[in-house]
Design a protein. Structure first.
Length: 348
């Protein structure tokens, strides 16, 4: 799936299938609560109001199905290995990228690809299903809720618009580890703050993350993780981006004949590959001041994943590898070479 597109469509479940799944879900729900309707009213219950209604957990979750494309990251950071993850991109086993692999131990979670299989979810007997950042529909939520409590994004949030800290905080509460969640959040925010302190001039500069995929060029904007990453470093988006039509609130397509909206102080190309001949050969890219003055950075396959996940685990990974590159790009000297740009053939 292209990293510039995170919305995936799901089919509406037919009534006959719903009846079958309801029967399956009811059996697991009864097993999970011991058949006692009063369990949901226990004194230590956890309540979550979200876009699709209200979810009640009788106690912190332990068997968690992670349907969000990146929600297994905060789970692993909180010490909970999910019983299932959602396949996204990158080809790593269990959709667990290098920044999180050490937290997996010997676990081998089920991988759910494409449309969510209700039967697979039910067979795992979860006590929590995380649907934040999954794109599931209300119809799917209704059926999944008969299997186990389901967490969704907050009211007013886009399906893929939950910030990394809000995601970590709500999952931390759901698994009974709010203290650890706050510690993790503070740790990442401190790293951003430290970088802003080291580079106060970035607050006066503009930056944008862009892509060129399958012949389509665009910029990541709004609530997209790549746009918010730059914002947390202190950068502002180029003013021209404000006038562009957005797609699903997180990216804007550009005409290959007019890339002027990308002419920021810092231009980061985000690509699923470390070799980017398609970007190198773009004629209008060479008219940008960011190119002429050597202010381009490439976030290749691994860093593209880290920025796209935008999680409590992947953000520190990206910060560690990008701070120096950004610093070189913005040192004010056109002759300074940015290693990722040179290696990819983007340097002027």
């Amino acid at each position: 799936m292209p990293i510039c597109q995170t919305a995936i469509g799901f089919g509406i479940v037919a009534p006959t299938r719903r009846q079958v799944l309801t029967a399956i879900a009811s059996g697991f729900a009864a097993a999970a609560t011991g058949g006692l309707p009063g369990v949901a009213m226990a004194q230590d219950e956890l309540r979550f109001v979200h876009a699709f209604g209200e979810t009640v957990l009788p106690q912190p979750a332990r068997r968690v199905v992670s349907l969000g494309y990146s929600t297994h990251d905060p789970l692993l950071a909180l010490g909970v290995v999910p019983v299932a993850t959602r396949q996204w991109f990158g080809g790593y086993p269990y959709n667990v990228w290098p920044w999180a692999q050490a937290l997996m131990g010997d676990a081998q979670p089920q991988v759910i690809s494409g449309e969510v299989s209700m039967e697979i979810v039910a067979s795992l007997q979860p006590d929590l299903i995380i649907g934040i950042g999954s794109g599931i529909s209300q119809a799917e939520y209704d059926i999944l809720s008969q299997i186990a409590p389901v967490l969704m994004q907050e009211k007013g949030d886009l399906a893929y618009g939950t910030t990394w800290d809000a995601q970590t905080r709500v999952i931390g509460r759901a698994v009974g580890n709010t203290g650890k969640a706050e510690e993790l959040i503070e740790g990442v925010k401190s790293r951003f703050a430290d970088i802003r302190t080291r580079h106060p001039q970035w607050a006066e500069q503009t930056a944008v993350c862009a892509y060129n995929f399958g012949g389509e060029t665009g910029a990541f904007i709004g609530t997209d993780t790549r746009a918010t990453f730059l914002k947390e470093l202190g950068f502002r988006p180029p003013p021209a981006l404000a006038n562009l039509e957005t797609n699903e609130g997180f990216y804007a397509r550009l005409s290959p004949e007019d890339l002027s909206s990308l002419d920021a102080d810092l231009l980061i190309w985000v690509s699923t590959s470390d070799a980017v001949p398609d970007i190198v050969s773009m004629p209008m890219r060479k008219t940008l001041k960011a190119h002429v003055e050597g202010r381009e950075v490439l976030a290749g396959a691994l860093l593209a994943g880290a920025l796209t996940f935008g999680s409590v685990l992947s953000l520190p990974f990206a910060l560690e590898r990008l701070e120096a590159e950004i610093g070189l790009a913005l040192d004010g000297k056109a002759e300074t070479k940015v290693p990722s740009s040179v290696a990819a053939g983007l340097a002027p």
